[in-house]
Design a binder for this molecule. Structure first.
Ligand SMILES: [Zn+2]
Length: 355
């Protein structure tokens, strides 16, 4: 496998995987139109390289992860933000230029994708992930993980322990989301708790939930997801077999579509809890809210969680998500590979960005 990008650098440039609108003028190669509603094109191209600043550290990306989040951004999630975006919310790398931070050059790090200002009322009030001025890597920040370099505030970097290799550490962002979904759901002590979904976050959330509550189960539509659950020793059930008994105390939906949210609402008992943990380009569809009103169902969101506890879990090998990466690809091949994330059984792809 040749992981090196196939075009030459010009000074101050780098290679990245971009989402452009239909009017974007591409200078890149490997353009793949994946049929998004806004005709966005995903391409591997040369762009300006970011710098370290007073507040930001420059990180050289070594490994990134293609997850359902990247697929949804490619499909148009966040298009209202406009402009060209670098994709990629999950990466690990090494500090190239520490700027004014205390990091040593060469430190291996994971990068939290939510960039906060550190100065607003929410940041000071312990809600930095909900900062009024936040941007998200690979979504609406200028940087993204599917690039040779990323600049990020030093507060977003978490140094990686020696025993944790890149191929597992790159799952930290996804695992943090899964842990946040379980935390928001309060899974412990609930006799009937289900995680509903066929994606990476569903499986990781089920693994985390089972640690706290052995009765938790994964409900999925595809055989490949149920087989993956089997591999991780998680109780599971096919969605088609769940019926509509409405007996669950908690259902965590990781897809974020109107259909899955409705299915989750039908699975819970009156006054049960539904956690909306899916971040999807398809979310703005009507949901049958009367059922949620009449059965007094509690609906809660779950977004990105803190990275350090996810990294700690990965380092201690409490969870090893590496079997969930279907294959390893070169960054230049990412535009062609993103649509494959829609295939059942493709949960994540490792992207080799540099050595
Ligand atoms: Zn802030």
């Amino acid at each position: 496998m040749n992981a090196a990008p196939t075009t030459l650098h010009t000074p101050g440039s780098m290679h990245a995987v971009l989402r452009r609108g239909v009017h974007g003028i591409g200078i890149g190669i490997g353009i793949a139109n994946i049929g998004t509603s806004d005709h966005a094109q995903i391409e591997f191209a040369s762009v300006a390289r970011p710098h370290a600043t007073q507040t930001r550290v420059l990180v050289r990306t070594t490994t990134a992860l293609l997850t359902p989040f990247e697929r949804e951004v490619a499909r148009g999630l966040g298009t209202e933000v406009g402009g060209t975006r670098i994709l990629g919310s999950s990466l690990v790398g090494v500090v190239e230029d520490a700027g004014a931070s205390g990091f040593a050059r060469g430190t291996r790090v994971a990068v939290h994708p939510v960039m906060s200002c550190g100065a607003c009322e929410r940041c000071h009030g312990g809600l930095a992930l909900h900062c009024a001025a936040r941007t998200i890597l690979g979504f609406d920040d200028a940087c993204g993980g599917l690039a040779e370099f990323v600049s990020a505030p030093s507060a977003n970097l978490v140094a990686l322990p020696k025993e944790l290799d890149d191929d597992r550490a790159v799952f930290a962002v996804a695992l943090a989301r899964a842990m946040q979904a379980v935390r928001r759901g309060g899974v412990e002590g609930k006799t009937y708790a289900s995680i509903l979904g066929d994606d990476l976050i569903a499986i990781l959330a089920a693994v985390v939930a089972v640690e706290e509550n052995p009765l938790a189960r994964l409900v999925a539509a595809h055989d490949s997801t149920l087989r993956a659950a089997e591999q991780f020793g998680i109780r599971h059930r096919a969605l088609q077999e769940t019926g509509r008994r409405g007996d669950q105390e908690l259902v965590i939906d990781t897809t974020g579509s109107a259909e899955t949210l409705l299915a989750a609402a039908r699975m819970v008992r009156p006054r049960g809890h539904v956690i909306a943990a899916g971040v999807s380009a398809r979310a703005t569809v009507a949901v049958e809210l009367s059922h949620i009103a009449l059965d007094e169902i509690e609906l809660r969101g779950a977004g990105f969680g803190p990275l350090s506890s996810a990294i700690d879990r990965l380092a201690r090998r409490v969870i090893d998500p590496s079997p969930l990466a279907t294959r390893r690809i070169a960054i230049a091949d990412a535009p062609r590979a993103i649509p494959s994330l829609a295939e059942p059984g493709t949960f994540a792809l490792l992207v080799q960005v540099s050595r």
